[in-house]
Design a protein around this ligand. Structure first.
Ligand SMILES: [Zn+2]
Ligand SMILES: [Zn+2]
Length: 93
């Protein structure tokens, strides 16, 4: 589900980069405030969340990442600091 959304977001961005019209992938341009080439702040926020793929949990506190390398980097950092309750969770798995 989450990964389908990430694919959709990527596709919308690709079309825009090729000179096409950016249609908000969160609402397909159908929400009250989104228009062609315009994305409202609510949808923008949701899109950011949609891009997150990994959560690093440190003692019950969550941190979100879009790629595994960055998540792992921070995971290792926390472990090196002596935390033993660090978990990497893949969103949508
Ligand atoms: Zn929208
Ligand atoms: Zn919107």
């Amino acid at each position: 589900m989450k990964n389908d959304l990430a694919t959709k977001i990527k596709k919308a961005e690709d079309i825009f980069q090729e000179g096409g019209i950016y249609i908000c992938p969160m609402c397909d341009g159908k929400c009250q405030f989104c228009d062609d080439d315009y994305q409202c702040s609510e949808c923008e926020k949701e899109e950011e969340i949609g891009k997150w793929k990994y959560i690093v949990w440190v003692g019950g506190v969550d941190d979100y990442y879009t790629d595994y390398e960055r998540a792992k980097e921070h995971y290792d950092e926390w472990v090196a600091k002596g935390y033993d309750d660090v978990i990497i969770e893949e969103i949508g798995k």
